[in-house]
Unconditional design. Structure first.
Length: 139
């Protein structure tokens, strides 16, 4: 079994760790909605370039039976990002990021309950400690 997902998870962790501090500095003078638009436009351009480079097209998936999942995900992502950016513009990174980070624990619980992933004592303890960490960091 390939462990490439671990390397990709680490890259995502490092990259995303820099997002909130950079956004906080940028949004001292750039409105949060504008920052969401600009950063996501850059993301779309980069992703479009990657699709072209890989010779892929999203067209064939426009009638895919799982498309409604992607649509709902897109709406939730937009709402989440707008709220996250605005919270960062208004509040301290040290409080906003941990609260936002609760999605990790909630997503894990959903994985267990809805996607029937295994729940071990270690995973349950990790979820509990994650919630405790957020509470302690946000006070």
């Amino acid at each position: 079994m390939s462990r490439r997902y671990l390397l990709l998870s680490f890259v995502a962790f490092v990259a995303y760790s820099l997002v909130a501090p950079l956004l906080k500095v940028a949004m001292e003078t750039i409105p949060s909605t504008t920052a969401v638009f600009m950063s996501n436009t850059i993301m779309l351009v980069l992703l479009g370039g990657l699709l072209v480079h890989q010779g892929q097209s999203p067209r064939e998936y426009l009638s895919h039976p799982k498309l409604p999942h992607i649509v709902v995900w897109g709406v939730l992502l937009a709402v989440g990002l707008l709220a996250y950016y605005r919270a960062l513009a208004l509040g301290p990174v040290s409080v906003v990021v941990p609260l936002y980070g609760l999605f990790i624990a909630v997503s894990s619980v959903i994985g267990v309950l809805v996607l029937e992933e295994s729940l071990t004592f270690r995973k349950l303890s990790g979820i509990g400690f994650a919630v405790l960490a957020v509470v302690l960091m946000s006070l």
